[in-house]
Design a protein around this ligand. Structure first.
Ligand code: 5AD
Ligand code: SF4
Length: 448
């Protein structure tokens, strides 16, 4: 299918506002590639835009509310510039209720599409321009994987690479399986080809993306697993770091733990979402593991790779969560000693099983628990970072610091953010940095 090449929209300007996870960030890079193939140019000034796209997230209500707020703000801009095309896409648009709100309350929106039909964007824009109508195009399910879309990647030295799409897990709180459809894996040859091509163009670090990378390969017609893919990516010249997002504890197998000890490019970081420290709540979440299973994995991985950095996701205030359940979460956090965690207030998502559950936790209780959780996590994160004081770490230099032009940001192999003084010419290279100061979320050091 020809996705690019409708060059008659010459020198138009576009902007994409992205919400949510890395999967969405990478989808926006693909959207950008398609648009630039149509002759659009990126701008960060809304005033000069011919096209503004909101790539939305549906995981929590707060993310959706932010989109509604932003769409409201654009009413005036659209009035001043009637030729401006407004498009909304992403997970939120896969939800019928959200689409209805947009269609009813934000009539300034011209095009709505979803997560499964990004490749149709040129046609949708053309249809809107030819008819002047609001175009709504949603594909509920796409078993096909569109291999013809490339991406305009934000960085040349690091890249996201989708290895699979969708999710079959149906955790009872989560909208993703409804928004992104059933799990399907890309053919390894296509993934390897993409990464080889990235490496030839200077990319040094890849992050393999999937909702549950540990079940990679299940939809392939041969026995080829995530650890096989890691082994094959590890052999690609030029690639020096391999990361992945996200793991599900129920599918984390011994061969992945072995991979950490045998593959020199696999970064020493494991993001392993726990969600709750209570077996009762894990069961209600349909997570399919208990705390004992989880701790066994943590022990195994720490035995195999003692300095591995472990991070997680935790939801506070899931329906039925008692003070006792929550205290079990705090106990677990202290036991595992996470380097960092993404923490979430449980958000009701219509259409999920948890939305129907009794015992929804009042907002004030959720907020109080949330604060207690942060108060427990932060000193542990700091303690973990302090272990690096005086040590020399290898850092991939990523960008100039936003607050200070003389400072650079980079990441260690384990994913920790390091600030240090340096010239921007070294962005995209590896340097050794001696750690002089440790904070809760960052490290500070000196190039040596
Ligand atoms: N409420 C709060 N957090 C959620 N997450 C997913 N769905 C919800 C929800 N309804 C969190 C989980 C998941 C992360 C990506 O988002 O922790 O791992
Ligand atoms: Fe959502 Fe669970 Fe799938 Fe993760 S594994 S995307 S939390 S349903």
């Amino acid at each position: 299918m020809k996705i690019r090449g409708s060059v008659y929209f010459i020198m138009k300007k576009y902007l994409i506002q992205t919400y949510g996870c890395q999967m969405n960030e990478h989808d926006s890079e693909k959207i950008s590639w398609i648009l630039e193939g149509m002759g659009y140019q990126l701008t960060d000034d809304r005033e000069e835009c011919d096209l503004i796209i909101f790539n939305t997230c549906a995981v929590r209500k707060s993310a959706e509310d932010r989109v509604y707020g932003q769409l409201g703000e654009l009413k005036d801009l659209k009035r001043r510039n009637p030729n401006l095309i407004l498009a909304v896409c992403g997970c939120m648009m896969q939800r019928e209720e959200a689409r209805e709100v947009v269609l009813k309350k934000f009539r300034q929106v011209d095009i709505i599409f979803g997560t499964n039909n990004i490749h149709k964007m040129p046609q949708l824009i053309t249809r809107h321009l030819e008819t002047g109508q609001t175009i709504v195009d949603i594909l509920e399910e796409n078993r096909e994987i569109e291999e013809d879309i490339n991406a305009n990647r934000k960085y040349s030295y690091k890249a996201f690479v989708n290895i699979m799409y969708g999710c079959n897990n149906f955790c009872t709180y989560c909208i993703v399986p409804y928004a992104r459809g059933r799990e399907r894996s890309r053919e390894p040859e296509n993934i390897i080809k993409e990464i080889k091509n990235l490496a030839e163009n200077g990319c040094k670090e890849v992050t393999l993306l999937g909702q549950n990378v540990n079940s990679y390969g299940k939809t392939l017609d041969r026995d080829y697993r995530f650890s096989d893919l890691l082994r094959d990516v590890n052999q690609i010249d030029g690639i020096e770091r391999i990361r992945f997002m996200t793991s599900h504890p129920k599918d984390l197998s011994g061969d992945l733990i072995n991979a950490y000890t045998t593959l020199n490019k696999l970064c020493k970081h494991l993001h392993l979402p726990i969600q709750s420290g209570s077996d009762k709540i894990l069961k209600m979440m349909n997570r399919k593991y208990n705390i004992d299973d989880y701790l066994k994995i943590i022990d195994k991985i720490r035995n195999a790779v003692p300095d591995i950095v472990i991070t997680t996701d935790i939801i506070v205030g899931f329906p039925g969560e008692t003070e006792e359940d929550f205290n079990e979460t705090l106990d677990l956090v202290k036991r595992v000693k996470y380097d960092a965690a993404y923490t979430f207030l449980y958000s009701i998502r219509e259409g999920t099983k948890a939305a129907q559950m009794k015992g929804q936790v009042p907002d004030d209780v959720k907020h109080e628990r949330f604060q207690k959780l942060l108060d427990t996590l932060y000193p542990i994160g700091l303690e973990q970072n302090e272990k690096l004081l005086g040590k020399v770490v290898e850092v991939l230099v990523e960008e100039v610091s936003k607050n200070d032009e003389e400072m650079l940001n980079g990441r260690t192999d384990s994913g920790k953010l390091v600030h240090f003084k340096g010239n921007k010419d070294i962005i995209g290279t590896f340097v050794n940095v001696k750690i002089d100061n440790a904070k809760t979320f960052t490290l500070e050091g000196t190039i040596c």
